[in-house]
Write a protein that binds this ligand. Structure first.
Ligand code: BGC
Length: 755
């Protein structure tokens, strides 16, 4: 084949098959629409309301709410009430802890069999779960780094693979719906769910969003290896004023659109099937009651066609917590009329009873109910549940396989971020003696964080067997005789510090593993962002030994460490790296992996300065009117390598260009070291003058490249109009003519848009 044909042929087939795919998809959706309408026309109001009801598994299990009998079992009477009497359409959650795959199949088979054989229309039940860093509620499944760590890889390809494996293992557990990914932007470091986000930057988070949706859903969710994704929590959940979970956010529409909406828009464009709503309030209106957000924005403007589910008890909260409804009945009416399709009730039948009354009294129109139920049924058809309501265990031979844990290890290795390496103290040599200490040294739970086998992730009984803590991995690598372990400090309390000092004196290095207990949501609220004093005191005490100290941080959010940064020689931020974290951290400490993670957020230096990298010019001004006020501990996008990279020749294709032209940017990156390494090339754009105060810079492109020792590579980017937009005072996305500056590392180039 000649050269041209080689290019044309594959391109032709690609276009041909994607057109065929589109045709198939559209004929499939017409077929589904027909089936949905047919089914809907046969349904009673009770059956419709049932479809809109989602219950917690506790409600159908033996034992009491939140105190289930062990071993877990479904209660046939309660199950009958839910499925047969109330015709419930969806069940969620894992009860009190992780289950085996066999148990998942047993539970879901019982539910589906009852729905199929004992209800008039035999509509399958939609089971949903939070598998947010791998299939975290199934024993023996693969646990990946949490989302923030995934973002720190700056490698969307890896994020897609992680989502794809998660989808496989979730389906292998008999479950077709995953409440993931979290698309809230991490711009409030105090927030307990910071680790669940893709960090503070819109562009990076958008890149990870498309990858995750593609990995979860593929091109067809009826594929038995794919699941329906659930983008959450729409909209503005992550940015409460106080930093406490589910407390008020004040976010003007312009800022909502500039910072918090783009990830959701990206997910919708990528075909996300479902959305979960923000439990909190924005500008005084709980989002579950906000028609403008749930209908005008989500449906009319963004054209989202999928299912909108509430978060946990959020209709009840409209009455009991937010107090915008004076009764539960009014709350149900408000939420459903605002645009909710399914209520995660999840612990009783009041929602179903009240919604039924409201429809009968014509306070809620049947049209609104039909719209919601049609979306739910469409999803069930799309997932293939009518043909096969549950998968077969035997079809998933790769569940929990080595190739999956290798992927988790790769992701952890690419995420862990080296923040300080004074005098190249790292990597450590394997024949030296080390003191390992600190609260995260010997805990698999801290490496995994919340949503691991249990909601808060603190129970050690269910941990995956044979996974290494940091201590175990270090011992495996350099041998017991070279490792001393003294706890030194728990999360909050100093423990045998004197002994730690004594042992440190006999050692060559100190590896102090610090961090935070696993926690999320309300239980994760904190009063102070500073790392607990006991841990800081341990480091200050150990520093007196003058032995080199390397700290490893396993934490949910950037805890302030300013007091100890100068006392240590090395800092490794591990985020929450998952089951393979211990091994990956150790391999980085000892140089078997060259670190390549970069911060997906700004690491603050002071509790009173929680300012993101894309701040305004006024936020740079200090008391002397100099420009030093923005002074984080470590900047967004920062991360060291054992290689050293040098940037040169930043070129732009045009000095002046028209709005619709494409600008090509090229830069040379040289690996000036004797070690092969990966570097994230980050391209920032500054709109120098604009009608809305411009950010000092914004990330608009990046590329992670592997560069051999001594080699250089040219990285090029295409910049178009969409990279220059901002939201104006009329809440429209626009580009203004004028001067722009591009920066890559320490290089800068200007260009002008002139129409
Ligand atoms: C969380 C959601 C989660 C849901 C179901 C809520 O408390 O906010 O993120 O999906 O529980 O477990």
């Amino acid at each position: 084949m000649n050269h041209l044909l080689r290019i044309i042929f594959p391109a032709f087939f690609l276009v041909f098959f994607s057109c065929q795919n589109e045709k198939l998809n559209s004929s499939k959706s017409t077929e589904i629409e027909k089936k949905v309408n047919e089914l809907l026309s046969k349904m009673t109001i009770e059956e419709k309301v049932g479809q809109m009801t989602q219950l917690n598994i506790d409600v159908i299990s033996k034992g009491e709410l939140y105190k289930l009998e062990e071993p877990h079992q479904l209660d046939s009477q309660k199950l009958n009430k839910a499925i047969v009497d109330y015709k419930v359409g969806s069940i969620l959650n894992c009860g009190s802890h992780t289950y085996s795959r066999e148990h998942w199949h047993d539970i879901i088979n019982q539910i589906q069999n009852l729905a199929k054989n004992k209800t008039r229309l035999g509509i399958p039940v939609l089971y949903g779960i939070d598998a947010i860093h791998g299939v975290n509620y199934t024993e023996g499944g693969t646990l990946f780094p949490q989302q923030l760590a995934q973002a720190a890889t700056w490698n969307p390809g890896l994020v897609e693979k992680i989502a794809s494996v998660t989808a496989y293992e979730v389906r292998a557990s008999g479950i077709p719906w995953n409440f993931s990914p979290v698309l809230d932007l991490g711009r409030q470091p105090l927030w307990s769910r910071f680790f669940e986000t893709y960090g503070e930057d819109v562009y990076l988070a958008k890149s990870m969003t498309s990858a995750a949706i593609k990995g979860y859903q593929g091109t067809d969710v009826s594929d038995q290896n794919k699941v329906a994704a659930c983008m959450k929590h729409f909209l503005g959940y992550s940015f409460s004023l106080s930093g406490k979970d589910r407390t008020p956010a004040w976010i003007p529409e312009r800022e909502l659109r500039e910072y918090f909406l783009p990830t959701f828009k990206t997910a919708i464009d990528a075909g996300a099937k479902t959305v979960m709503i923000n439990s909190g309030e924005i500008n005084g209106v709980p989002v579950h009651a906000n028609h403008d957000i749930l209908t005008t924005l989500l449906r009319d403007e963004l054209h989202f066609k999928g299912v909108a589910v509430t978060d946990w008890e959020d209709i009840i909260k409209l009455y009991k917590i937010h107090r915008v409804a004076s009764s539960l009945k009014e709350a149900v009416k408000i939420a459903i009329m605002a645009g909710i399709d399914m209520s995660m009730v999840p612990n009783d039948y009041e929602f179903s009873d009240l919604l039924l009354q409201l429809v009968k009294e014509k306070q809620v129109s049947e049209e609104r109910i039909n719209e919601a139920v049609a979306r739910i049924l469409t999803l069930k058809f799309e997932l293939g549940l009518f043909e096969k309501s549950i998968t077969n265990i035997k079809d998933y031979p790769d569940f929990g396989s080595k190739k999956f844990s290798d992927l988790s290890y790769e992701a952890a290795s690419e995420s862990i971020t080296l923040l300080k390496n004074e005098n190249n103290c790292l990597p450590l040599s394997k024949d030296k003696r080390v003191l390992v200490c600190g609260p995260s040294a010997n805990s698999l739970n801290i490496l995994n964080g919340a949503w691991t086998h249990t909601w808060q992730g603190v129970n050690t009984n269910y941990n995956t067997k044979n996974k290494s803590t940091i201590l175990k991995a270090i011992t495996n690598k350099i041998g017991t005789s070279r490792v001393d372990y003294v706890e030194g400090s728990s999360i909050f309390e100093e423990k045998n510090v004197e002994q730690a000092i004594k042992v440190a004196q006999k050692c060559d290095y100190i590896i102090a593993c610090l961090g935070e207990n696993p926690c999320t949501e309300k239980p994760g609220d904190i009063e102070d962002l500073t790392l607990p004093a006991a841990q800081l005191n341990l480091i200050k005490a150990l520093a007196k030994t003058r032995k080199p100290i390397i700290i490893v941080l396993a934490e949910n959010r950037p805890r302030i460490i300013n007091d100890i940064v100068d006392k240590v020689q090395g800092i490794l931020l591990a985020y929450l790296p998952g089951d393979e974290g211990g091994k990956a951290i150790t391999d980085i400490l000892y140089g078997d992996i060259n670190p390549s993670g970069k911060l997906p957020f700004t690491y603050p230096r002071y509790t009173g300065s929680l300012v993101p990298y894309d701040h305004k010019y006024s936020e740079k001004l200090d008391i002397h009117f100099g420009e030093n006020a923005f002074n984080p501990q470590f900047p967004f996008g920062y991360g060291l390598s054992y290689s050293s990279f040098e940037y040169s020749n930043l070129e732009v294709s045009h000095d002046t260009l028209k709005m619709n032209d494409t600008l090509t940017v090229r830069v040379t990156v040289k690996n000036n070291s004797k070690i092969r390494g990966k570097e994230v090339v980050e391209l920032f754009m500054s709109d120098l003058y604009a009608s809305i105060t411009p950010s000092v810079k914004k990330l608009v492109a990046f590329n992670k490249v592997l560069i051999n020792e001594g080699s250089s590579t040219i990285v090029s980017f295409k910049i178009t109009k969409s990279d220059l937009t901002f939201i104006d005072s009329k809440n429209q996305s626009i580009v203004e003519e004028g001067d722009f500056e591009i920066s890559v590392a320490n290089l800068k180039q200007k260009f002008t848009i002139n129409n």
